[in-house]
Design a binder for this molecule. Structure first.
Ligand code: FAD
Length: 106
């Protein structure tokens, strides 16, 4: 199976970067595309435990695709749920642009 740590880091980079560059005022089509992408991502993520948790989480909290800020915060909260489950520190979601749009050294 894939290396879960490396796969996780790369996947979060991809997901948070997608959120950081999501439109400020997305069209209905763009919103539908993003909701479908997240749904499909949760079905194909090649870590079964992770994928199952994500699918359950999507039922409780569907992607907030209204605009860039809402979606970035939604993604941050999704990641924080996983952080809590894995005993990792909570990330301060007010710093999500600093980390993933403007960028800092990790
Ligand atoms: P990561 O959690 O990979 O984070 C990478 C960087 O993102 C951090 O260094 C930090 O700068 C930044 N960051 C951290 N939290 C946030 C946040 N809330 N918002 C924005 N940026 C943040 N692993 C399991 O063992 N079990 C699972 O069930 C599991 N489920 C996963 C589900 C998904 C959808 C994904 C993408 C990954 C999952 N993983 C799971 C992998 C796990 O989340 C980590 O990626 C992996 O453990 C490596 O952790 P890390 O400490 O290197 O940092």
């Amino acid at each position: 199976p894939p290396d879960g740590v490396e796969l996780g880091r790369c996947s979060w980079m991809f997901l948070h970067t997608i959120a950081a560059y999501y439109p400020e005022t997305p069209s209905q089509d763009q919103q539908t595309d993003m909701r479908q992408f997240i749904h499909l991502f949760s079905k194909i993520y090649p870590c079964q435990e992770c994928a199952e948790h994500m699918q359950l989480r999507l039922k409780v909290s569907p992607p907030a695709t209204e605009n860039r800020i809402q979606f970035s915060q939604w993604m941050c909260n999704l990641h924080n749920d996983v952080n809590v489950r894995l005993g990792k520190p909570i990330f301060d979601c007010s710093r999500v642009d600093e980390r993933w749009l403007d960028g800092w050294k990790d």
